[in-house]
Design a protein around this ligand. Sequence first.
Ligand code: CA
Length: 234
Amino acid sequence: MASAPRILIVEDEEPLVLLLRYNLEAEGYSVDSVSRGDEAEISLRESVPDLLVLDWMLPGLSGIELCRRLRQREETKALPVILLTARGEESERVRGLATGADDYVVKPFSVPELVARVAALLRRAAPNRVATTLEAGDLVVDRATHRVRRAGRDLHLGPTEYRLLEYLMERPGRVFNRAQLLDGVWGMDTEIDERTVDVHVGRLRKALNGARERDPIRTVRGAGYSFDETFGRA
Ligand code: CA
């Protein structure tokens, strides 16, 4: 697996920085933040992250001006930038994109939406960064073809079981409760009963595990499910 993508947040609203940092770190990103536009410019001369979350209105130097300057430098010409704008500025969104931001969100925005845009933009910017196969022990998931093999044999998973496996395997060892899995695998606005998760975990296990094979999915009593991070080691 590639190392964690690095994200720099440039935002002067401290509570928003904390919220974004918390959620992006939970997704496995490495996060830095600065609160001023001019500080960001200095920081970006020292090191270039994989993605920039940039507020429009900043002390020191505006997000728009910083973005314009970044596009003029070779090192940051292609740096993926998501611009944060306030609602009143929305009519000027075209100006934001013309200045070279790759995407923008309007405040107040939903954090899962921003996190999804970060992931999408990183995928677009560096397709190689997202591993095309996930492997653990004798289990191999080919994300391009959605083929799943265990010990060389093809497994037949339904689409939900496939997404569930991919989701858990991308985050080995992390325990997800049923509500989190519904959000992550089924989508945010589902009103599906949480017991549905158990049904699909059951189907996934049945598809994955032959007789005497070790179960890579761990049930954590009272908490939820995780992909066993020790699976395939010893
Ligand atoms: Ca601001």
